[in-house]
Design a protein around this ligand. Structure first.
Ligand code: GLN
Length: 288
């Protein structure tokens, strides 16, 4: 059998991926071929007529087959870029989403020039904490995750990126930081999907850990828990920012207002959907 060149491999793979129902067939084919060849994307365009070796061809087909049965590209290649930072990902963590970069942008607007501390709850790959730490060398960030694998992965990501002002602790929500506050900023992209949500049966989320996606109380349990307890850890005038589902803005604002947060607002993601709700902590007396 004669082996295909790069261009032929891409065309055939794009076709197979589209037939399997992928709506990102072309880009998936290039990312997987780059991974099989261990080359950057520019290589594919520079050497379209380069014939694959038998080993490369086999390797590419294995990756393609995994994608055809629905496995997320980020898990297959073990990496995803977030805030221009290449992050290692694994099936023990959520795959960082572009929408979560909106949370980073909003958090940066709330971080003052004076030194301070920030907390990222349910940090996963460490994406949010690392993005903020990379932008704010005057701040120290702590990322917490209940999964040991996530805490280890986030720590590796910090080391690989050379980010020294972020560290990661294992535990449930605030448990590992009882002696660490107060924080000028607390951020979280917690689980917020209701376990009956039909989206859980479609696409990449099927392969992501339920512990990072699904929350009780119609998806609000963790949003409420974080909002309630953040008041014990926030500095006066500190900000809480939480990502949530596109239909959860109104109720999340209500939760924050009922708990005494001030200046509560919901901001939209890049698709114009409600995505992040934030509020300012003005002290225990006004918040009870
Ligand atoms: N935004 C993600 C999704 O809808 C879910 C992220 C989360 O639950 N924190 O796929």
């Amino acid at each position: 059998m004669s082996l295909p060149c790069i261009q032929e491999s891409l065309i055939a793979a794009t076709q197979r991926l589209s037939e399997s129902g992928s709506d990102s067939a072309k880009i998936d084919a290039s990312v997987l071929l780059c991974h099989a060849l261990q080359k950057p994307a520019s290589y594919l365009f520079t050497w379209p007529e380069r014939v694959l070796t038998e080993a490369e061809y086999q390797n590419f087909n294995v990756l393609l087959q995994r994608r055809i049965v629905g496995e997320p590209v980020a898990y297959i290649v073990g990496e995803r870029e977030f805030w221009s930072l290449p992050l290692k990902v694994s099936p023990s963590t959520l795959i960082p989403r572009p929408d979560t970069e909106r949370l980073v942008e909003l958090a940066l607007q709330k971080i003052a020039p004076a030194p301070g501390k920030g907390l990222d709850l349910g940090t996963g790959t460490g994406a949010i904490a690392l993005a903020l730490a990379s932008e704010c060398p005057h701040f120290e960030f702590i990322g917490v995750d209940i999964q040991t694998e996530a805490q280890v992965l986030a720590t590796e990501n910090a080391q690989q990126l050379g980010i020294k002002n972020a560290r990661f602790l294992q535990g449930s929500w605030f448990e590992p930081v009882v002696n660490e506050g107060p924080f000028q900023i607390i951020v979280s992209n917690p689980p917020y999907i209701d376990n009956q949500d039909p989206h859980l049966a479609i696409g990449d989320v099927r392969f992501e850990p339920d512990s990072a996606l699904v929350a009780a109380d119609n998806g609000y349990a963790d949003l409420k828990y974080i909002a309630r307890h953040a008041r014990e850890y926030l500095a006066i005038d500190g900000w809480l920012l939480m990502e949530h589902g596109f239909e959860q803005g109104k109720e999340t604002r209500q939760i924050l207002q009922d708990m005494g947060y001030q200046c509560v607002s919901t901001q939209q993601d890049y698709a114009g959907q409600d995505r992040v709700t934030l509020g300012q902590f003005k002290g225990r007396n006004s918040c009870m």
